[in-house]
Design a protein around this ligand. Structure first.
Ligand code: A5P
Length: 228
């Protein structure tokens, strides 16, 4: 049985898939909302829509293959028409935290090479201030302990992400994730981002600024709202 949250995610993902036009090059996001986008886009491809896609994760690559979406290697393109991806939090200035699914680095690369980013979310992802959701950082495994110490020296608390089996979570790029837990929502994400980026072992943060275009908000009654 579909939960109200799943219904909201599905509404957003399906609505985004309806916006895809013939011959577009599309970046496929990662996560449970992107899953529905891929599902519906696959249906449209099987009905005759011609597009080509690249993926932000191995997981979405596999889903796309299964769904019948023509998927290409990322280096087939240096620019894309559109990326459709989820978010963990988004504020009224469309600043986001992403990376709950661990794909933040590839997601940011693909978003940056896309002419437009459509964000698909359920209503609960809209926040007044970012930071209730932990901020993921992708860090290199080389000297990770020194990198963690450096992050902590800046006053941030958190932990290396673990799998259910209790092992370190490894990204598709072979790196680790450090999730920062803020004691309360934050007012200065840009400043925090700037500080963290100075640490050489940090490859990318889960803050996404100036990337989101349309935001499609799904509701549990199946309706959607599109904010431009
Ligand atoms: C993946 O790394 C993330 O950035 C997702 O886009 C984000 O976590 C949203 O995921 P859900 O749609 O599963 O909530």
């Amino acid at each position: 049985m579909e939960s109200p949250k799943d219904k909201a995610k599905k509404a957003a993902g399906y609505a985004a898939a309806e916006l895809i036009q013939e011959n577009m090059t599309i970046g496929l996001g990662t996560g449970t909302t992107a899953f529905y986008f891929i599902e519906r886009l696959g249906e449209r491809c099987r009905q005759g829509l011609h597009i080509s896609a690249v993926s932000t994760s191995q997981k979405s690559w596999d889903l796309a293959r299964e769904a019948g979406i023509p998927i290409r290697d990322i280096d087939s393109y240096t620019s894309l028409d559109l990326v459709v991806d989820g978010a963990d939090e988004i504020d009224s200035q469309k600043r986001m935290i992403k990376g709950g699914g661990g794909a933040l680095l590839r997601e940011k690369i693909v978003a940056t090479m896309s002419k437009e980013m459509i964000v698909i979310i359920d209503r609960q992802k809209l926040v007044e201030k970012l930071g209730a959701f932990p901020l993921p950082l992708e860090i290199v495994s080389f000297a990770w302990k020194a990198t963690v110490l450096h992050i902590q020296d800046l006053g941030f608390k958190g932990a290396i992400r673990q799998t259910k089996e209790g092992k370190s979570y490894i990204t598709d790029n072979g790196n680790l994730i450090f999730d920062i837990h803020f004691p309360s929502p934050i007012s200065n994400p840009e400043e925090i981002d700037r500080q963290i980026r100075k640490i050489p072992g940090v490859l990318e943060t889960g803050f996404f600024f100036n990337l989101a275009g349309k935001v499609i908000i799904g509701y549990s009654d199946g309706k959607v709202e599109i904010r431009t």
